[in-house]
Structures are given as structure tokens and as C-alpha cells.
Design a protein around this ligand. Structure first.
Ligand code: GZL
Length: 325
């Protein structure tokens, strides 16, 4: 059964609340704060910055001793960090895997050391699902579908003309890039007038998003009607490239992107971005509650999903002041 974050919070918050009123969670009863080793993807986007801030704040709030390692978007650095956490005998290992594959060996080492592993944000493809206890993260395929559904609607409003789409993919091999591509393609396949004419990775960064969009504009120019970006940072980089090419982002080229970070709302208020599909980075509190539950020997959901929305430009000005990231 998939517990949504809210329902899980209802269950786990009880534990959190107990601790808050001084009823010790067994793992904490020994007055030894929980130690979590966390390997973070990097600092590649506004989303990642918000995700890191959420994890660090939640650890402070929960009295957890957090060992935090930034992998600079390199899998070998994450493997090294996980091995170091094993050597330090942390109570729990948590990480956001930069790519989906290549984790079996190091996760088997964590299992042999009897250290539970929790995945946050992105998942892994492993031969043995018992190599991690829980995965807290969004449904990226659904995020891609939501982007596709918005574009179908947009096309209708534009009179149903053919639309040439360029796609800025996320990090090659990462779950969000693979799944957002899958979900979007599934939906636009229902309208033969919508065609992806170029698709390339911008590695989730503004700089690369701008660089690849410049190449798209050079080769396709005015032939581009829509940009689908797998995250807001690449969209914001692409907006700069579109303006430098003398075109109007959000008008000459409609832009649909994913994350829902502050920069995207600001771009929508300026009329340069048409819609952002939310991907919630505020996973810290749920991670701490699951980690405490695991150490206390309580059952936890294998998959904890996050509820998220879709924010078109016409609501951006009203919603921006309420955004937490
Ligand atoms: C999604 C996360 C992605 C964001 C990007 O959960 O893994 O990585 O969409 C970030 O902004 O770089």
C-alpha cells in the first residue's frame, strides 16, 4: 500500500509527536542521538538546494546527528560516501541516487553491515529489493504525463496546429530523466500533430540548459514551437538563450517545465514560462520519521509518494508568496 506523505506523516508524526513530548523512541532511549549518513546528488539546481535545506533542517529539528556528503553529481563519490558511512557504523544510510543502476554491490555491503538504507528523491534498479527499506519520492512518470496533458490542452487553445517540440532531458540515466521522458511521450503520442524534433540532456543545470538550447535554436530556429524541460533550472537557462536569439520565451516558444521552484514562478510572472509541474523537494521531515521508525523496529512503507500540483502562469503571481522553496 502506498502511503502518501500526508497519511504517512499522520502515522509517523505520532512517533515524532511522542518524541516531542518526551516519550522516547526506543532508539533514542539510550540517549544516543540517531546518526544518519546522507549522500546527496550535488548542488546542481534550485530544487536540490531546497532538498538539502529540508534534510538538514529536519535533522536539526529531530536531534539527529547528520553526516552529509555532496557527490557533485558523480556516482563514484556516492559509493565512496556510502562505504565511509558503513565504516563509521552509522545507524541509517540515506541517499538520493544520481543514476538508477550500479548500486547492488555497495548496497549489499550495507546490508551485510546490518545498516538500513533509505532512498530519497530518486530510486534505484537493483536485483534485490530488500537492499533498501523505503523510497520516499515523487512519481516522475506522472510528472511527465502532467506536462504532456498541459501541452495537449495548450495545443487545443492554439487551434490544434502542429507543434514542434524540443526536449531538455535531465541527467542521463537518472530516474527523473528516464521517467519524465516516458510519461510525456506517452501522453503526446495521443496527438500526432505534436512532435519531438530534438531531445538532449542538459544535466538539470541552467548553464547546460542554455548551451543545449542555443544548439537547438541554431539548428531548428523558428521551427521550434515548444520547449519541454525536465527541470526549471534548464528551462531558465533556455529562456536566456531564446531571448539572446531575439525570440520571446513563453510566446514564440511555449515552455513547460518541472519542479515548481521560485525561479520558475518568477519567470511565469514575467510571462517567460507557461507552466511548471511541481516536484516537492521538502522530504526532510518524512526521512527523519522513517529513519526513526526503522531504528525503533517499526514497520515502514516501502514506497512513500508525495502529493504535488500543476502551476500554470495565470496563478503564478497569486501563489508565489506562499511558496516554501
Ligand atoms: C527530482 C530531482 C531532480 C529535480 C532537478 O526529484 O531528482 O534533480 O527535478 C534536480 O531539479 O536536479
Amino acid at each position: 500500500m502506498t502511503l502518501t506523505r500526508r497519511s504517512f506523516l499522520g502515522v509517523a508524526a505520532g512517533a515524532g509527536a511522542l518524541a516531542a513530548v518526551g516519550v522516547p523512541i526506543p532508539a533514542l532511549a539510550a540517549n544516543k542521538p540517531l546518526t544518519i549518513g546522507f549522500s546527496q546528488v550535488g548542488a546542481e539546481s534550485e530544487w536540490r538546494t531546497a532538498n538539502t535545506a529540508s534534510i538538514k533542517a529536519a535533522a536539526r529539528q529531530a536531534g539527529v546527528n547528520l553526516k552529509f556528503a555532496d557527490a557533485q553529481q558523480r556516482q563514484e563519490n556516492q559509493v565512496k560516501a556510502i562505504r565511509s558511512f558503513i565504516a563509521q557504523r552509522v545507524d541509517v544510510i540515506a541517499f538520493s541516487p544520481v543514476v538508477e543502476t550500479g548500486w547492488d554491490t555497495v548496497l549489499r555491503e550495507a546490508k551485510a553491515a546490518k545498516i538500513p538504507v533509505i532512498l530519497t528523491d530518486r530510486s534505484v534498479k537493483v536485483s534485490d529489493p530488500s537492499l533498501y527499506v523505503s523510497f520516499i519520492g515523487s512519481d516522475f512518470v506522472e510528472e511527465g504525463r502532467r506536462a504532456g496533458r498541459w501541452l495537449l490542452e495548450y495545443d487545443k487553445q492554439m487551434g490544434g496546429k502542429p507543434l514542434n517540440i524540443v526536449e531538455l532531458q535531465g541527467t542521463v540515466g537518472s530516474a527523473p530523466a528516464t521517467d519524465r521522458k516516458t510519461g510525456f511521450a506517452e501522453i503526446i503520442a495521443t496527438n500526432p500533430k505534436l512532435k519531438i524534433i530534438r531531445s538532449q540532456t542538459g544535466d538539470f543545470t541552467r548553464a547546460k540548459g542554455k548551451e543545449v538550447m542555443e544548439a537547438f535554436l541554431k539548428s531548428e530556429g523558428k521551427n521550434i514551437n515548444v520547449l519541454y524541460a525536465h527541470n526549471d533550472d534548464m528551462a531558465i537557462g533556455a529562456i536566456q538563450a531564446i531571448e539572446e536569439a531575439g525570440l520571446k520565451p513563453g510566446k514564440d516558444i511555449a515552455i513547460v517545465s518541472i519542479d515548481g521552484v521560485r525561479g520558475a514562478f518568477q519567470a511565469m510572472v514575467q510571462g517567460k514560462l507557461n507552466v511548471t509541474i511541481e516536484c516537492n523537494p521538502l522530504l526532510g521531515p518524512t526521512l527523519m520519521q522513517i529513519a526513526q521508525a526503522v531504528v525503533a523496529g517499526k514497520p515502514v512503507a516501502k514506497r512513500v509518494t508525495i502529493e504535488e500540483g500543476v502551476f500554470p502562469a495565470d496563478v503564478a503571481a497569486k501563489v508565489l508568496p506562499t511558496r516554501k522553496y
